[in-house]
Design a protein around this ligand. Structure first.
Ligand code: FES
Length: 123
């Protein structure tokens, strides 16, 4: 069902856990499958210095969160906000159609974490 790239990302995920001293957190869930994804970040001077995830979900969700966190580290907030689930899928070289929603969780978790960061800054 999954290609090799997805299986690799699932079996050896990067950025698992929670960023120490994070100042941005986003948690999203999918009602249908019940899976949950949480992304924490440390943002300094508009740059995402670190990002980690905790995902209670399927292999595609774990692979998507690993890929998405790797994609945003070192990026500006504006660049991270532009990352779409289709970019995550492209990096993973494809997901099965019934697993597209799993990559959407990653996009949403990033956006929510950045919203959380802005609200902590009083913006
Ligand atoms: Fe729900 Fe993948 S099946 S996140």
């Amino acid at each position: 069902m999954y290609n090799e790239k997805v299986m690799q990302a699932f079996q050896n995920p990067q950025n698992v856990g929670e960023v120490e001293n994070y100042n941005a957190i986003g948690t999203v869930g999918n009602e249908n499958c019940g899976d949950i994804m949480q992304i924490t970040m440390l943002i300094e001077d508009g740059i995402i210095k670190d990002a980690k995830f905790k995902t209670f979900g399927c292999a595609a969700a774990v692979a998507s969160s690993s890929t998405a966190t790797a994609m945003i580290i070192g990026k500006t907030i504006e660049e991270a906000l532009k990352i779409k689930n289709s970019d995550v899928i492209e990096t993973l070289e494809g997901l099965p159609p019934q697993k597209i929603h799993c990559s959407v969780l990653a996009e949403e978790a990033i956006k929510l974490a950045i919203e959380d960061y802005y609200s902590r800054q009083g913006k």
